[in-house]
Design a protein around this ligand. Structure first.
Ligand code: ADP
Length: 260
């Protein structure tokens, strides 16, 4: 049965979790994980209790971005694990559980099962938000998430580039089909401002996020520039929102958090 339908009305809520927010993108490499991680911390700074689930089974990047790739969930018994934390953010990821090269070659059903298992067996504390860093695209895992998990809403990350926008539309269509509300769009890599001369260069074109938001009548929640420090903080495992609370980009993430 390949028919896509919504099972939302029959889904039991996940224990302790008020809202599950999927951060998704049609295309890889647009900054979905970077956005998910920084948005999670921004929500914390706004006073919420937050966790993050890395649903990118084939390419988990949350452990590196949180700076704790060596962390391991503590197993309580065969079916329950205590998730790692980084700067107060509770997190779980396939990256903490199996070597990357193993998970990378799993078939779809196995990856979907693994994801469901991580979600169900993690002893999440009481959370206002569980942010889910979705894998890119609209395949098996995305449908598992959307149909088997009571997702409150989805946020779509895109760059202003035509190709990314086309794929973002596929993501919007998928969430519409499974009746998960799309809460809004985040445009990432909107422009680059030269640190030497201040010149602004819209590397991936302009107005893409705005026109997509208009087309689907969705809020454009925020626009983030291409920025070396944001990338460096991600690579170093010291998320910008945590380590540079006064930065303009941190303020943008917090505005997005308040709009959710
Ligand atoms: P995705 O989850 O969509 O695959 P990532 O969040 O992993 O994308 O980002 C891809 C790469 O781009 C990473 O190296 C990340 O650090 C970098 N990156 C993401 N957003 C920005 C940005 N606004 N400025 C600079 N680098 C960014």
């Amino acid at each position: 049965n390949t028919q896509v339908h919504s099972a939302k009305t029959t889904l039991a809520p996940v224990k302790n979790i008020k809202n599950i927010v999927a951060v998704a993108s049609g295309k890889g490499g647009v900054g979905k994980s970077t956005t998910a991680v920084n948005l999670a911390y921004a929500l914390m700074q706004e006073g919420a209790k937050v966790g993050i689930l890395d649903a990118d089974i084939y390419g988990p990047s949350v452990p590196m971005m949180l700076g704790n790739p060596e962390a391991r969930p503590q197993s309580q018994d065969e079916k329950h694990m205590e998730p790692p934390q980084a700067w107060g953010l509770v997190a779980n990821s396939i990256g903490y559980l199996v070597p990357a090269e193993d998970a990378a070659v799993w078939r779809g059903p196995m990856a979907s099962r693994a994801l469901k298992q991580i979600l169900d067996e993690t002893l999440w504390p009481v959370l206002d938000y569980l942010i889910v860093d979705m894998p890119p695209g609209t395949g098996d895992i995305q449908l598992t998430m959307a149909q088997q998990v009571p997702v409150t809403g989805a946020v779509i990350v895109t760059t202003p580039q035509d190709m990314a926008l086309a794929d973002a539309q596929k993501g919007i269509t998928m969430f519409n089909k499974v009746e998960v509300p799309v809460l809004g769009l985040i445009e990432n890599m909107s422009y680059y401002q030269c640190t030497q001369c201040g010149h602004i260069d819209p590397i991936f074109a302009e107005h893409g996020g705005e026109s997509l938001a208009e087309k689907y009548q969705l809020p454009l929640l925020g626009q983030l520039p291409l920025n070396t420090r944001l990338r460096e903080h991600s690579d170093a495992g010291t998320p910008l929102v945590v380590t540079e609370p006064d930065d303009a980009m941190t303020q943008t993430y917090r505005e997005i958090a308040r709009a959710l």
